[in-house]
Ligand binder design. Structure first.
Ligand code: GDP
Length: 295
């Protein structure tokens, strides 16, 4: 519920406007609802889908009062979001989490938070500074490492990210590490290079640990709304994303994009970022999210 205030106001505010002051459920209501959903970054496809499902439920349950629709919609949204999905780990040996995303979305921060969280869960964690393009990214990861007492494997700025990944994986294998979290570059303006770099990093990891990476986490900035959706589609194609971390949900009214991402890409949102602090990362629980939106 924390951090969702603005989304709740925006999202449910718009929907309640559609439902209130109406005496019956008619085509106009469905049209307006569709518009309200699309305007809340839910995505065209998911908005149409939700309205379609709502129509069916209204018929099935013989609902006639617009005031009853809120509750049904909440159920349908929870359903659309699916079950809670947690991180995949190796059954034996080190697990590798590859973290991808465009610069500025909160990738480094997310890695710092996640590493800290996994360590608190009792896992032995190391981080790999794979965004070798930006010296600041390497430094920043080190700051997070110092905060939580987690080692960072790094090379010089401009070095080969695949070599950093290789070293991190070797270190993990020889030192009984449970989880390696690998940062990557996010220069979207050079799409071909980015894709090649990601593929190469992934290949090295796959070669060194069969079954790895166990997780390819895409970090998306909720405040960018439709852009986040576009990035999800792009990275899904390029990197085979297995889960999404949606950052900056605190203070944004665009939390509806959670629905869009799930509806348009089928990739589960696994974590949400709700602040800049080390503790501000939460597992994404669809039922709770849907409930928080409406209550
Ligand atoms: P990167 O370029 O993707 O590695 O992004 P950074 O991790 O450097 O984050 C960019 C900015 O977003 C920083 O100022 C972070 O403090 C901020 N940030 C990251 N995650 C969150 C979040 O969940 N909420 C808020 N409010 N800010 C965040």
């Amino acid at each position: 519920k924390e951090g969702l205030t603005k989304t709740r106001e925006n999202f449910v505010g718009k929907i309640e406007e559609v439902f209130t002051g109406r005496k019956k459920i008619d085509e106009e209501l469905y049209d307006e609802l569709e518009e309200a959903l699309i305007g809340s970054d839910v995505g065209v496809h998911s908005s149409l889908e939700l309205v379609e499902r709502l129509r069916k439920e209204v018929k099935k349950r013989k609902i006639s009062q617009p005031s009853e629709l809120n509750e049904v919609l909440q159920e349908l949204i929870a359903e659309l979001l699916g079950e809670e999905e947690t991180l995949n780990f190796a059954e034996q040996g080190p697990s590798v989490i590859l973290v991808v995303g465009v610069n500025g979305v909160g990738k480094t921060t997310t890695i710092g938070k996640l590493a800290n969280r996994l360590k608190k869960d009792g896992k032995r964690v190391i981080m790999a500074a794979g965004d070798t393009f930006r010296a600041a990214a390497i430094d920043q990861l080190e700051v997070w490492g110092e905060r939580s007492g987690i080692e960072v494997i790094k090379h010089r700025e401009g070095s080969d990210p695949a070599a950093v990944a290789y070293d991190a994986v070797q270190a993990a294998k020889s030192r009984n590490i449970d989880v390696v979290i690998v940062d990557t570059a996010g220069r979207l303006h050079n799409k071909v290079n980015l894709m090649e770099e990601l593929r190469k990093v992934k290949r090295v990891i796959e070669r060194e640990i069969p079954g790895a990476p166990h997780e390819v986490l895409l970090v998306l900035d909720a405040t960018t709304g439709q852009n986040a959706l576009q990035q999800a589609k792009l990275f899904q194609e390029v990197a085979g994303v297995t889960g999404i971390v949606l950052t900056k949900l605190d203070g944004t009214a665009k939390g509806g994009v959670v629905l869009g991402i799930r509806g348009e890409t089928q990739i589960p949102v696994k974590w949400i970022g709700i602040g800049e602090g080390i503790e501000d990362l939460r597992p994404f629980v669809p039922q709770d999210f849907a409930a928080a939106l409406f209550n």
